[in-house]
Design a protein around this ligand. Sequence first.
Ligand code: TXA
Ligand code: MG
Length: 329
Amino acid sequence: MLTEILPINENSLRLSKEIILRGGAVAIPTETVYGLGANALDGGAVKRVFEIKGRPNDNPLIVHVHKEYDISGLVSYIPQYAKRLAERFQPGPLTMVYKSKGAVCPEVSCGLDTVAVRVPSHAGAQAFLKYIDLPIAAPSANLSKHVSPVTAEHVFADLNGKIELILDGGKCSGGIESTVLDCTGEIPAILRSGLVTREMIAEVAGDCIEYVPAEGERVRSPGMKYSHYCPNCASVLFDGKEEAVRYYNECEKKGVKAFIMCDDETAKTLNVERILNLGATENEIASNLYFKLREGEEKAQAIIAIAPRNQSGIMAGVMNRLERACKKQ
Ligand code: TXA
Ligand code: MG
């Protein structure tokens, strides 16, 4: 199959619609990462998305809708706090999990009685969703376990020959996936951290907890149990820069081409030749994380990441991805 990359316009939107209506999948940009979208009402189409990615079939997908879409046909109950959160953070990088009405096909939520809903703010994603006017199930458009894609070229590198069309909306600004929030209980619970932080949610909802599965409990967000975001080269994570530099120097001695990945402030203090600089602000760091992991796997035999000092707010999301992408030392 030939994989085309097209800019988003009337022509490519029409082609997208044709593909989606015949049960295919289209890669689309969002403000977080690229997604691989298929009709959430078509079980066969959703199954194919799992196959294309090599995704375990118990890890549910997020349903994406445009901002005028009425989700009351998809979800059975929306608590008051969730209405306020949706009002404040959707469109945007917040995915909300509700009790499902059973309208989307069971393959989307892998048999769970809930459904995750996201309204992306990216203009290209909105244009696509509005044009199709269907709920679209979309995981990140990478091969399962690999680093999520933040450019059309990243999607192409993973899915060339497996899908017909990638809509090119440039580099994703957010850079890490949406916050996934369980809104089925009395208090909202974060299942996956992201750019909408616990503090931001608590301010609107009154309270917010971080879900930690109890020993032996069936995990509420199955994605949590799988390895994720792994570059195709060795990758290690250190808490402090001294240990990281020591490891870098050991690599040098062995002839292993290593790069240190860290924020701009740390980069300025390092006396090493090869650095993957994530940038200065928290938003820059999140935005560059996957981009630099992908750049790293192209250039390096080993990526040596240094954990950010501050690990709250947005950096909680960054740290969560780093811990999954790299082997903790
Ligand atoms: O930013 C994003 O969320 C991106 C873009 C494309 O929108 N999508 C994304 O999808 O990251 P994916 O499939 O890579 O991750 C979906 C996450 C998984 O951790 C999954 O377990 C969780 O959402 N999830 C989906 N439906 C769920 C449900 N009904 N209950 C609990 N967790 C759910
Ligand atoms: Mg993913």
